[in-house]
Design a protein around this ligand. Sequence first.
Ligand code: GLN
Length: 313
Amino acid sequence: MENMQEEILEYLEKIIEEEKQLARRGEIPDYIEAVDNNDHGAVTVSLTSTNGTTVRAGDYEGRFSLQSIAKLFPLAIALMDHGSEEVFKYTGKAPTGNVYHSLIQMEMQEKEKPLNPLVNSGAIVMCGLMKGKDAEEKIERILSLARKMTGNPDLSYNEEVYKAEDQDLNRALFYYNRHNGFIEGEFEDTLPVYWKMTAIEVTIEELSNMAAVIANHGICVHSGEELMPSDVVTTLKAFMITCGMYDQSGSFALEVGIPAKSGVSGSIVAAIPGKLGIGVMGPDLNKYSNSIAGIRMLKKISDKWKLSIFSKD
Ligand code: GLN
């Protein structure tokens, strides 16, 4: 077992080293660069197995915001609050063909629903749908789940990142969905929940702990507590593989084959059912808004240990 861990660590250190050798290749969104993550060279990876062992490498001490990875929380909570039949009255199940904050595709959907719960419009609608008397109560519910999944009882959001998240496009998505009857109330009841959850800050190990809960069908690998029912996790994984990497989801499924969700901080959470949770982080993004280093590392990890959920073994 220890030999195995050493072997894994050696491989992770090798792929981190390879990333460090590569020149900067992509962009960091301006507002993230300004307030959250301004180190283009930072790369890190962490693996947490479903038996609770973690191996990490690279710049693992840094904290970064979850960004769109946080969209998994209101989806999970809305499913637990209302069940899937009700939830899918408010959002579709289709992958996007546009950027994550697109308005245009909703116009072409049945009843103009958001395309899926992992694009901004769908996630904002889920923040509206989950139970809670106001934004404060809702973000506390999200933080409570996030604290249990990451194993950090003090987990919180970064105030500066939260403020920088207040962007007009997301306000437009809120009003568009309210116009169509998918959200009720004032924007103060919903949008601060969305902005704050995307600003939740984690370490790479906390991210792989979170991934391990998904890999472990909703049961915390450390405490043994059931944090969400397995059918909710099944829905999360299905959306991760079909929509989690935005317009790169198809090629990512083919080349890496692991349910995953990316965020514009350059982080990606990935879960191999029954086996392993993975967190990767590298701030430079490709044209799909996914981490360049993160995808490359996930591909290497998937190839090395044959982890694609679509492969034979
Ligand atoms: N903060 C981002 C937004 O809502 C989150 C998007 C992302 O990580 N893709 O615009």
